[in-house]
Write a protein that binds this ligand. Structure first.
Ligand code: SAJ
Length: 482
């Protein structure tokens, strides 16, 4: 039995857990640990900062600081707080009383171009854990990180701060989160959990931590670096699949056909080991994951020990995919300019009504939203822009309204950027009346409206992948009096 195995055995089963980072990943993870009968107590650690300190009181009142729709989360927070099994605190010294600590802290990229991530918040968190680390404890990184980080930077900092040795005095592992906003609890309970320790004892201890919260999902054990590659690769593959359908959508527009017919066709080939994961084209790829995990993977192979056999300086297929998806907001802009031009109008002086600021449907999450580069292009061209979103309230430097009429009023162009359910019931009559234009422009970046309904009312329509409609005949009608 190794020294670590002995220490873990003496310490006994995991009873007290800490979660650093009370965000979209940390909060659901913490309350699910707290709701597991085998665990006694969970502490959620949150810095009492100006921007996020408010979460501490809200959570200890049993309320969720996450705005978007998160089925079951508010109730579960209330339940575990009332039962005294969950508490949120800014006091990191209490880490020393725990058996296991997980870190769910954002790992954005400072500048993807030179593959430099901004690990500052993560490093702060790891240092705090290192300061109060005790022999026999387990540390797990849940954040998405560059392959090699757990066995490299994290291990080093923890050993520096604690004077203890990873794999001998404490266990260390990576267990990447796999959640999507809107179904956080469901994803943690039902998705298989990748768990990778720096050694076997660490993997085993981490499996003990995650097994009790899984209802449908299985634990898939592997090495820490394999777990890091699994996570970054699964998001990179998703980004690649989206880039593939976005590129096809651009081709279908150029060829005058409907990408959704083609998608149905391609998707119909099934069976005998044929898997066709054809995703959906759109106005862009946002969020905290797909926009950066490719660069974590690219950086992992760059800083890794082995020699990569691939043409010098050539972009990988993954980086190319990033470029295709990053182009889509600019394509939305080009569609808007082209539609206005059909009416002899310019962007300069036109009013653009943007529908949707969140990066994903029916959520308040606007991290790396594709709507921002689109808006910047419109403003630079001299348009006046108003933004509507039913969920996103605050966003630095952007006024967001939840009053659709106010945003659409007198608009020359109405542009759908996020697929919020509310926009599927946008009516052509209503939109035309409020825009008070003879021929308003409508650009559909998420295939939520029926083109013929709007074209029939005199709209100039353009949609991602709708080559079959984008050069439709314009029905010139008199303006509907406001
Ligand atoms: N998008 C498309 N077309 C699609 C799917 C998505 O344009 O067919 C766009 C969305 O509009 C959004 C972006 O891509 O702007 C990302 O959407 P997403 O559905 O991938 O949402 P994320 O980024 O919150 O979730 C991903 C998921 N990863 C995978 O499915 C491999 C989720 O499981 C991860 O937990 C999450 O990243 C994460 O946290 O890593």
């Amino acid at each position: 039995m190794s020294k670590l195995e002995k220490l873990l055995k003496e310490r006994g089963p995991i009873k007290k857990i800490g979660v650093l980072g009370m965000g979209y990943v940390g909060i659901p993870a913490a309350v699910l640990f707290a709701d597991a009968p085998c665990f006694e107590k969970v502490l959620g650690f949150q810095r009492n900062s100006k921007s996020s300190g408010y979460k501490i009181e809200m959570l200890n009142r049993g309320e969720s600081p996450l705005k978007g729709e998160e089925p079951g989360l508010e109730e579960l927070i209330g339940k575990v707080v009332k039962a005294g099994k969950f508490e949120c605190t800014p006091d990191f010294s209490r880490i020393s009383e725990l058996d296991a600590v997980t870190l769910a802290i954002q790992t954005p990229f400072a500048n993807p171009k030179d593959l430099e991530p901004d690990f500052s918040a993560l490093i702060d968190g790891i240092r705090n854990v290192g300061k109060y680390l005790r022999p026999g404890m387990l540390v797990v990184l849940e954040s998405t990180i560059t392959p090699g980080t757990t066995e490299g930077m994290a291990k080093q900092i923890l050993e520096e701060e604690s004077g203890l040795k990873a794999g001998e005095d404490f266990a260390l592992a990576h267990a990447p989160e796999r959640v999507m906003v809107g179904r956080l609890l469901k994803n943690i309970r039902e998705h298989d959990r990748i768990v990778g320790g720096i050694d076997e004892a660490s993997t085993k201890r981490a499996v003990e931590l995650y097994s009790p919260v899984l209802t449908v999902g299985q634990v898939i054990p592997m090495s820490a670096t394999a777990a890091e590659v699994t996570k970054t690769a699964e998001n990179t593959f998703r980004d690649l699949q989206i880039a593939a359908i976005n590129q096809l959508a651009l081709y279908c527009e150029a060829m005058g056909i409907n990408v959704y017919d083609v998608r149905t066709g391609v998707d119909s080939l099934k069976g005998e080991g044929i898997t066709r994961a054809v995703l959906w084209p759109g106005a862009g790829v946002g969020g905290h994951c797909l926009t950066k995990d490719t660069y974590h993977l690219e950086r992992g192979v760059k800083i890794g020990k082995g020699e990569l056999d691939y043409p010098e300086g050539a972009d990988s297929i993954y980086v190319l995919a990033r470029k295709v998806n990053d182009f889509m907001p600019a394509h939305m802009y080009n569609l808007t300019v082209a539609a206005l031009e059909r009416l002899g109008k310019k962007m300069d002086g036109s009013k653009v009504a943007m529908l949707g600021w969140a990066f994903i449907k029916d959520s308040d999450d606007a991290r790396n939203t594709p709507s921002e580069p689109y808006r910047d292009l419109c403003l630079k061209a001299g348009a006046s822009v108003m933004v509507h979103d039913p969920y996103v309230v605050n966003y630095p430097g952007v006024k967001i309204s939840d009053n659709l009429e106010e945003v659409v009023r007198n608009a020359d162009a109405i542009v759908v950027l996020a697929g919020h359910s509310a926009y599927s019931s946008l009516k052509a009559d209503w939109a035309k009346k409020v825009s008070a234009k003879a021929n308003p422009v409508i650009i559909d970046g998420r295939n939520v409206i029926e083109p013929d309904e709007f074209i029939g009312k005199g709209f100039v329509y353009k949609g991602i992948g709708r080559g079959d409609k984008n050069s439709h005949k314009i029905k010139l009608r008199a303006a509907t009096p406001p």
